[in-house]
Design a protein around this ligand. Structure first.
Ligand code: SF4
Length: 231
């Protein structure tokens, strides 16, 4: 049915206020320099878990967990995602999605099924900036199309940005916040970049600068109904 990299059986943090299992889908078309899930990037290898593992888990978790979050990798990469969601919904679980909005035509198919979306914003909506944040790959117009579709759908969602100082600076965050607020985004989070094992040069102070800038944080609190810094 779907290629699953791994399954988190119980999570309180992947969908706010829900007790969820998390399905890490194998495969991602992007190569973000800050990616902590590099083992999930290759779509051509079999993941460490199976569809049968997931169904077995869910059969034993009824009444214990509320929801299943399809995460990644990039879930929209896999054509059978809508069918997989249907099965999970039929079992009585709510379905959430983590995505970068890479493929709007695939997003459109699953939007009617999902009860919540965590939408990654990688960089300002400028082609070369978005490409830099995704290893030279993302098409920013498709990301914007997906985000607009999400806003229009009425499905509850959050936007979040990993603050990698090699990719983003403080001015970028102001710019991104303005863009998102103008589009109608109500809930936004900054996530701290923790240097990946191959990054030997980025200093902790550089990672913290976004979170120590009170002027920026105050501005973000004024721009969004809900804003928080996830350090
Ligand atoms: S979109 Fe996510 S999984 Fe894909 S490369 Fe970027 S951080 Fe990694």
């Amino acid at each position: 049915m779907i290629n699953i990299g791994d399954i988190e059986k119980f999570s309180l943090v992947d969908w706010p206020n829900k007790i969820a299992a998390v399905v890490f889908m194998q495969g991602c078309p992007w190569r973000c320099p800050f990616c902590y899930n590099q083992t999930l990037q290759n779509p051509h290898i079999e993941g460490a878990a199976t569809w049968e593992n997931l169904i077995h888990l869910l059969e034993h978790r009824k009444g214990i967990i509320d929801a299943v979050v399809f995460s990644g990798g990039e879930p929209l990469l896999q054509d059978n995602l809508p069918q997989a969601m249907d099965v999970v919904i039929d079992m009585g679980f709510k379905v959430g999605l983590h995505t970068g909005g890479y493929r709007p035509e695939a997003f459109e198919k699953v939007l009617p099924k999902v009860a919540w979306v965590g939408f990654d914003i990688k960089a300002p909506f400028i082609s070369e900036r978005y490409k830099k944040a995704t290893g030279g790959i993302a098409d920013v117009e498709k990301v914007q199309q997906s985000l607009q579709m999400l806003i229009k759908s009425g499905v509850p969602f959050e936007c979040r940005t990993t603050c990698d100082p090699r990719i983003l600076n403080i001015d970028d965050i102001y710019q991104m916040a303005d863009t998102l607020a103008n589009l109608g985004v109500k809930e936004y989070y900054l996530q701290k970049y923790r240097p990946i094992p191959t990054d030997k040069t980025t200093q902790e102070s550089e990672c913290n600068k976004f979170f120590n800038d009170e002027k920026l944080l105050t501005y973000l609190r004024s721009e969004f109904a809900i804003f928080d810094a996830r350090k």
